[in-house]
Write a protein that binds this ligand. Structure first.
Ligand code: SAH
Length: 346
């Protein structure tokens, strides 16, 4: 049974025709799902009962079910754990900023990229998320908190470019004027650097922001932290970024997780400067969030700010990622993992 919430408007129109319905019903349905963001077929009061019955036989309206929510008393950051139809658990985060509300969503259940410092990859990849499951993370958060979501980052569990087609469909639907109409400029996708997909993404001319998880200024060190570095070199990533910049005229964000005594020395900053000088870019420094399973330690505050200063002195914009929701803190993927473990114990 087709998952109608994952369909673009065009696909839904085609689907209506194949089931013998009028094409205009597609737009009505689409707006109920993606603009008015209803949670049941009952609320769709201009759709004939017969059609609702036909499409609701197998497909429900909600693809995610909230199982837990932790809200920070400090800054209102909220972490959500969702259960999917197959029992998989994913997590999403709502962050409140002065400029608006940002939601960080997951793109896969687990991940197969194997980055050494990341908790999401420890159990490997279970499966990719459908567009509806990515959309519903946002729809649910907007509905339950009553907060309008203005920004979206795909930086939760998973490698979005390892789920390329579904993520592109997600962009189309979330950006649609018949949906929430979140501007492409307010969406950022983060990748560990799947080079061919960066080109493909740039060719879509979407104006969606691109963030690259670099974490290291040279290939040797990157290979130690990220297995994907054995497949693509930093030079190949930089060429792909140049292509994206030329196509979109948007700056690329480079994420650099600072690990104590691994990649946080001034010489590393200098290598990074050589790599990025003159590029339309921005560096986001992330003091690594230590996970139990690995022995990585967070860089000292002084090293973090020294690193930032060196970059800024070389005219490379660099910000240190603000730690949101310190009191509910759990490194990427840790909440989900802990929840799964607690269920196994019971
Ligand atoms: N797979 C994508 C997106 C998900 S990870 C990517 O690699 O970009 C989002 C960001 O969090 C990445 O930059 C990732 O490297 C980083 N990250 C993962 N675990 C982390 C940890 N324990 N501490 C700090 N950053 C982490």
């Amino acid at each position: 049974m087709p998952d109608i919430k994952s369909m673009t408007l065009k696909e839904l129109e085609q689907y209506m025709e194949t089931i013998g319905e009028k094409k205009f019903r597609a737009k009505q349905l689409y707006e109920w799902m993606h603009k008015k963001v209803v949670r049941s077929f009952d609320e769709m009061n201009n759709i004939p009962k017969k059609l609702k019955e036909k499409i609701s036989q197998d497909a429900g309206m909600l693809s995610v079910k909230e199982v837990e929510c932790f809200t920070s008393k400090i800054d209102g950051t909220a972490k959500f754990l969702f259960e999917l139809h197959d029992g998989s658990i994913i997590e999403s985060v709502l962050m409140k900023y002065k400029h608006g509300n940002s939601v960080c969503i997951s793109s896969q259940v687990g991940c197969r990229m194997g980055c050494r410092f990341c908790a999401s990859t420890i159990g490997g990849l279970t499966r990719c998320l459908e567009p509806s499951e990515m959309l519903d993370q946002i729809y649910h958060i907007q509905y339950t908190t009553g907060e309008r979501v203005s920004n979206v980052v795909i930086m939760g569990t998973g490698e979005p470019f390892d789920n390329f087609d579904n993520v592109m469909k997600f962009f189309e639907i979330i950006n649609s004027e018949n949906g929430l109409h979140i501007s492409a400029r307010n969406i950022t996708v983060s990748t560990c650097g799947l080079v061919p997909r960066i080109y493909e993404f740039a060719d879509r001319n979407l104006a969606v922001g691109l963030a690259i998880s670099l974490h290291s200024p040279n290939d040797e060190m990157r290979k130690e932290l990220m297995p994907i570095a054995n497949k693509y070199t930093i030079k190949e990533i930089m060429d792909a970024c140049d292509y994206y910049i030329a196509k979109t005229n948007r700056r690329v964000t480079f994420e650099y997780s600072l690990v104590k005594d691994v990649n946080d020395a001034p010489e590393h900053a200098r290598m990074l400067i050589d790599l990025l000088s003159g590029k339309l870019c921005h560096v986001n420094l992330i003091p690594v969030n230590p996970i139990e399973e690995r022995s990585f330690e967070q860089s000292e505050k002084d090293s973090v700010y020294r690193f930032q200063k060196l970059l800024e002195n070389a005219h490379i914009r660099a910000t240190v990622r603000r730690e949101m929701g310190r009191d509910i803190n759990a490194a990427c993927g840790q909440l989900r993992k802990r929840y799964a473990e607690s269920k196994e114990v019971q």
